[in-house]
Write a new protein. Structure first.
Lengths: 798, 148, 162
């Protein structure tokens, strides 16, 4: 808890969130709400085959339907655009918005219709005749890794997109010296933080200004660059409107192929074109599935529970078009040992293609599966040694006086007190009584378990893990730009350079400005610049905005104050050192009657040039582009580097019961202790944490994109893809702890991901605790009714 | 038509595309005080279509002998269905735990559960028994006037 | 396609239109009434983002045809605002409790909560869960939404008693 005696006025205080007013009024500005005259509507035809050569497409009947303006195929489109750049340079893995020559997964887009309304567009889809020659698909990632003949992208020569191997510290020595080791497989199922709003894009080409105007439900860095390079446009020919409200993203709203399609079509047809995914298209063909990962891990440990070393092999199924998916193997290197003092790690990371929907970055960018694997390792060692799972964590966790703490892969954790957070949550959940409750439930015939997970949330963002995967990707700039403008009447406006999808950035920005300038944040307006007007940004990924926009805003506010002081000094005829700033007024220390008000300063800045000090330009504004702390360096010769600057920590304690007859798992209670440094807005942070826990419960128990062995996709609707409703969420109790980061403007760290980064591990821990009296365990997510059933009746599941 | 002829497949009925369902008639059994019901289902989430569901309705006469029984299962076949063999083993008995156990054995012959991504055939077969037992136990208790 | 002329009263205002029978009420509201607060989430009746209120019970407008709403009165989230467009009491409670994040499910949540509070002045936690059990949210984990509804209920009760 931030010190109540602190003199912060707005930061840490409970305050209403600015964005909420338009949301409750039904006047949000989502992409589907943006209306341009004469807009036409696009619908996509999807492949029913997991792998098939496209022999021919007969679109004549579709084109002839009244109200249809165009029917476009991949072959036609590919003549006018470049393939969409992947995260890794893989020239023979060609990703186009529409399949070119071969459809590579059930749901891949094969043609697009543009019509007067979505109903006619869908009618026209049924009139397109595609002649497919089905080929044998490759669906299993382990088979795909070895496979020589069934190649998703034959030109690439294999199904292996990436195969890297890193060794940090003295792994072999540590294994040799350790008392024991154990090995296990943990499997993270293919799921996604599916938002309630699907992806949508609207594009309009303005010939008079030669600008492609784009409105989209977007959350991604480099989006405009990717769009420009694919369409072969100069970068400044594209304007992305970033004041579009995004209906949830959690990393996934990337929509490049959607935007390329509407971008191309609107210019060709000379009308605005809109593509709003319907849910079926979204689930199967949006190229937005999450990590699908097999970990084979060996952990070396001593009999006193101290864990010495980890050997990890991670095989991830990136689907047919991997986008930036494979990078989700590398970002977790930032916290590859979790919150523990493990001294060496061997990490082999493999990304393969299969005939499935492509992968997209998901909340945490690979950290949630990795934390799940690490916590599984810790629990397994504890069970093997007969040691309490709390005790083993206490012994292995980094101590509060050891920060900043450098882990073997080179990242320094900035600050933390993991033991204190753990103690707080145990207190909150009345742990001893929870144990009694569990034991009583067991007496009554239930399977009952308490889960424990202590996990890190790397936050702040930088891209240097790209260099680890591909030396030569020398990208070390990871910044956030903002502007602050004070108008002639003294009103303050903050301009941010990117989109928001529910994280309350407008409130965050206004709160920091209000704190620094000593104005009520409710009086500060925040707007989103479009991409032509905005300063450099890396967008709201990597749990970075409190850190980056917050610090950028604080810096900009300081420049505003400096300007105010200079103007005042000149007009009060006193040196700056003699002056004080308070709530916008600047006065002579000891003689407060001699002052300039904020209105007077603003007026001088804008209108009274004769009153400006020499060398000061007119106007009252400041820009600040803030580079992430610790960024800017390349890895050393041992592949060690700082990945992300700040590390938040959460300790999760869920309680579950399992009906041994129906095999249904219920999460009945959930306590979480969280430390994200200084909390800028408590309601926003609490909402993020609980929302993350809900995503985590979904990934742990319900959510899976399922494929039949023949490649058919089984999860295109919400009847089959199950997300937690209010009934699946337990009551969540939370307690806060604060170890400020020394690297940010107010000590804040990220909080947008932590619930999701630890909840799947925690729920898995609870289910395994429930199964422990039977000597059983399960290490594959999701742990659905059927999976528990197979375990309990003694079958093994392949 | 009787409801047993109406359902023909998973989510499929005999209704033609130019037909409209206009009424459903639920006949009530006489002698309401001696009737008990029970319903249990398993779903992954609250409110989902049941993976398996069991419904039971029992009438006991003044001596506690079952005069009529209806037991139906969902999620264990292509459509919901009654289990006549099970019902027959309950009628004319003073239903107790053993009688229910014996009657439940009729289930596995009567059903051909589908297996899909939500649950295997095996699961449905096993849980059908569990839920039928729970539903019957509740129905008998209510019919006997015992507080549940 | 045979079109029909329909008239629907939306938040007290008449909206007339010519529609094909297959047009959903959701598309009619969003496209013809000028009100985009009712949202498209799944178009198969599961997520509840499209919830509107014809009478006391919320319906999923994605599963209702526009022609079925002919000569009916519908309340959408915009209809919960005050005359001057400012948020009403229920909406203010959602702001005070931050019962949302991205706002996309919020209109549906408000409709369900409104229907609950019109019929139940002291809803229990179970009553609240049942009311929003058919509204999916991916951002909040529901806790702050429940708190918002409890806050609104308490305030409404206090106001009625005083």
């Amino acid at each position: 808890m931030t010190d109540p005696a602190s003199n912060l006025r707005y930061v840490t205080r409970k305050r209403r969130v600015k964005e909420d007013k338009r949301f409750v009024s039904g006047t949000g500005n989502y992409v589907q709400d943006v209306v341009l005259p004469d807009t036409k509507h696009a619908a996509v035809l999807q492949s029913p085959h997991p792998n098939a050569r496209i022999a021919s497409i007969d679109k004549r009947q579709a084109e002839a339907l009244a109200g249809v303006h165009a029917v476009l195929t991949g072959a036609e489109l590919a003549e006018h655009i470049d393939p969409i750049r992947l995260g890794l340079k893989r020239p023979e893995v060609k990703w186009y918005p529409l399949a070119v020559g071969t459809a590579r997964y059930v749901g891949e887009w094969v043609a697009v219709v543009v019509a007067d309304d979505p109903y006619i567009a869908e009618d026209a889809l049924e009139l397109i005749d595609v002649d497919y020659e089905p080929l044998e698909p490759i669906m299993d990632p382990e088979e795909a890794f070895e496979e020589k003949s069934r190649l998703v992208h034959p030109g690439h020569g294999s199904n292996v997109l990436y195969h890297g191997h890193f060794t940090w510290g003295e792994v072999e020595d540590d294994f040799a010296a350790a008392d024991e080791s154990l090995s296990f497989r943990a499997r993270w199922g293919r799921s996604l933080t599916v938002p309630i709003e699907t992806f949508g894009a609207l594009a309009a080409w303005d010939e008079g200004t030669e600008i492609l105007n784009v409105w989209a439900s977007i959350q991604m860095p480099n989006f405009v660059e990717l769009l420009a390079s694919t369409l072969r446009y100069p970068l400044n020919n594209i304007r992305l409107y970033q004041d579009v409200d995004v209906g949830g993203s959690y990393g996934v709203k990337r929509g490049i192929k959607h935007c390329v399609l509407v971008g191309y079509l609107c210019r060709k047809l000379r009308v605005p074109v809109r593509l709003i995914e319907d849910r079926l298209v979204n689930m199967s063909g949006g190229d937005a599935h999450g990590p699908d990962r097999i970990f084979d891990t060996t952990v070396a440990f001593n009999r006193d529970g101290i864990i010495k070393s980890l050997k990890i092999r991670a095989l991830d199924d990136a689907g047919a078009y991997p986008g930036r998916g494979p990078h989700q193997l590398a970002k977790p290197i930032s916290a590859i040992v979790g919150p523990y003092k493990i001294s060496s790690v061997d990490y082999e990371a493999i990304s393969v293609t299969t005939d499935k929907t492509g992968q997209v970055p998901v909340r945490g960018f690979g950290q949630a599966p990795t934390n799940f694997m690490i916590e599984t390792a810790v629990d397994k060692v504890a069970r093997h040694l007969g040691m309490d799972r709390l005790e083993i964590r206490r012994r292995n966790m980094i101590n509060h006086d050891e920060f900043p703490y450098q882990i073997p892969s080179g990242t320094k954790y900035d600050s933390g007190d993991y033991h204190a957070v753990l103690d707080k949550v145990l207190d909150l959940t009345r742990y001893d009584e929870l144990v009694k409750q569990r034991d009583a439930a067991r007496q009554n015939g239930k399977l009952a378990g308490i889960g424990i997970a202590t996990c890190l949330e790397p936050s702040g963002g930088n891209n240097i893990f790209e260099y680890l995967m591909e030396p030569g990707a020398e990208i070390t700039t990871y910044m956030e730009g903002c502007e602050v403008r004070v108008d002639a009447h003294g009103q303050v406006t903050g301009i941010m350079a990117t989109t928001t999808s529910g994280q309350g950035h407008e409130t965050l920005f206004a709160t920091i400005l209000g704190e620094e300038l000593e104005f009520d944040p409710d009086d500060i307006r925040i707007v989103h610049a479009d991409s032509l007007c905005g300063l450099p940004t890396r967008s709201p990924v990597a749990s970075r905005m409190a850190i980056m926009l917050g610090s950028s805003a604080a810096g900009a506010a300081q420049k505003i104050k400096d300007r105010a002081m200079k103007i005042a000094a000149h007009n009060l005829n006193r040196p700056i050192e003699d002056l004080e700033y308070s709530e916008g007024s600047v006065f002579v220390r000891g003689d407060p009657s001699r002052k300039l008000t904020w209105q007077e300063i603003s007026f001088i800045a804008h209108r009274a040039y004769h009153k400006l000090p020499a060398g000061l330009d007119p106007g009252f504004h400041a820009e600040n582009v803030f580079q992430v702390s610790g960024g800017g360096k390349l890895p050393d010769e041992k592949n060690r580097v700082q990945i992300y600057p700040c590390f938040s920590f959460q300790a999760h304690i869920p309680y579950v019961e399992i009906d041994p007859d129906t095999c249904k798992v219920e999460v009945l209670d959930y306590a979480i202790g969280h430390d994200c440094g200084t909390v800028i807005n408590p309601d926003i942070v609490r909402g993020m944490i609980i929302g993350g826990i809900a995503h985590g419960i979904g990934a742990a128990l319900y959510e899976k994109f399922a494929y039949a062995p023949d490649g058919q996709f089984l999860s295109s609707t919400f009847v089959d893809y199950l997300m937690p409703s209010v009934y699946e969420m337990p009551e969540v109790k939370d307690v806060e702890h604060c170890t400020p980061s020394p690297l940010t403007s107010h000590g804040q760290k990220g909080s947008g991901e932590g619930g999701y980064l630890g909840a799947p591990a925690a729920v898995a821990s609870a289910v395994n605790d429930a199964l422990e009296p039977l000597g059983l365990s399960i290490h594959e997510l999701p742990m659905r009714i059927d999976n528990i059933h197979d375990l309990l009746v003694g079958k093994s599941r392949t | 038509m009787p409801v047993g002829e109406f359902f023909v497949g998973p989510m499929m009925t005999v209704r033609e595309s130019n037909e409209l369902l206009v009424s459903v008639h639920f006949p009530r059994w006489p002698d309401a005080e001696r009737i008990g019901t029970g319903f249990h289902e398993v779903n992954e989430r609250h409110g989902d279509f049941a993976i398996v569901a069991a419904a039971a309705q029992i009438h006991l006469d003044d001596e506690g002998v079952c005069t009529r029984a209806a037991v139906a299962l969902g999620g264990v076949h292509d459509f919901p269905l009654r289990i006549p063999g099970l019902e027959a083993k309950l009628v004319s008995t003073e239903i107790d735990k053993q009688i229910i156990e014996a009657a439940l054995t009729e289930i596995s012959m009567a059903i051909e559960p589908p297996g899909d991504q939500h649950a295997s055939a095996d699961y449905r077969r096993r849980v059908a028994r569990v839920l039928a037992e729970r539903a019957l136990t509740d129905a008998v208790a209510e019919a006997s006037g015992v507080q549940r | 396609m045979n079109s029909r002329d329909i008239t629907v009263t939306v938040n007290g205002k008449t909206v007339a239109g010519t529609v094909e029978p297959r047009m959903s009420l959701l598309d009619f509201l969003r496209g013809r009434s000028g009100l985009t607060g009712t949202h498209t989430g799944c178009e198969h009746g599961i997520c509840g983002a499209c919830s509107v209120l014809p009478d006391a019970v919320p319906v999923r407008s994605c599963l209702i045809l526009a022609v079925q709403a002919d000569n009916h009165s519908i309340t959408t989230v915009e209809g919960l605002c005050n005359e001057d467009g400012t948020p009403g009491d229920l909406q203010e409670a959602f702001r005070d409790a931050h019962g949302m994040q991205c706002g996309y499910c919020t209109p549906g949540m408000l409709i369900s909560a409104h229907a609950l509070l019109e019929n139940n002045e002291s809803p229990s936690l179970d009553d609240i869960k049942e009311a929003i059990g058919g509204n999916l949210c991916r951002c909040t984990g529901y806790v702050q939404i429940i708190e918002a509804i409890q806050l609104a209920a308490n305030r409404k009760l206090q106001a009625r008693r005083s």
